[in-house]
Write a protein that binds this ligand. Sequence first.
Ligand SMILES: [Zn+2]
Length: 288
Amino acid sequence: MAGGMKYLGLLGTRGAGGRRRRAAAAPFVLALAAVLAPIALSFAAPPDLEALRSMTGDAKDPALSAPAQPPIHLRKEWGALAASWDEDEPKVRVIVHHTGFLVTPEMTALSGAQALAAVKGQLQGIQQMHMKDPAFHMVDIAYHYLIDWEGGIWEGRPPWALGAHTYDNNPGSLGVCLLGNFTLQRPTRAQLAALLALTDWLTWKQGIPPQKIFGHRDMPGNQSDECPGYYLHADGGDQNPLRKVRLAILDKRQLAQRRIEVAAAPAILGRLQALMREFPAGAPAARP
Ligand SMILES: [Zn+2]
């Protein structure tokens, strides 16, 4: 949620949507698979450091060192209102949010143009609330990126602009918001795969350490906010997909930069392989 404020609303059910599929997570997973396939085989025998190095590829290989930009829908595609922004200082962290609005079974059952329209309707509703509701009175939708339940990534504010999503912590922070209420429901696999692809690319492009991918409630002064919800970012235990996303990006960087010890490699690879199973590339395809 934006700015640590709670809000309720009836957004986003107008229009209906289509089951468009996109390859948001494909670049990440493909790059990962290229690294993992030969290494996984190599562990049938005791790992050898030089063999491991040769198999992890050259760190200059663009497939390993530069995550591809996932597909991102532009503002004009969702009918965003015109906005102007203040320039921010360089970004040093990513803060992940949920909208707090339930994604209903009726919404996820939509397909094609109807699903797309449902997402666009929700984005427009959130923008109007953030700009016109006196409780917010913002210059634009609060976030830099939004991710729908089918894994579509949508442009909010430009990445250089100051966001308005986390009380007292907006300067230097990129705001990424997943559509849904993850106190009450789980994010979809497609959403998590898109979050992985987006944050992998964003942190690399902006020079942000993957350790600086936070949930809203991690930030000072925001601990009372449940955002982004238990099912995306539990305090502990195994229900913490956001932590797994952060770990996967760290693991991938370590592999790409060959900064792994042989003793640690099987654990890292095992974790990555488990994550690949958990957040599969999805069923992406062409845009409508
Ligand atoms: Zn939030």
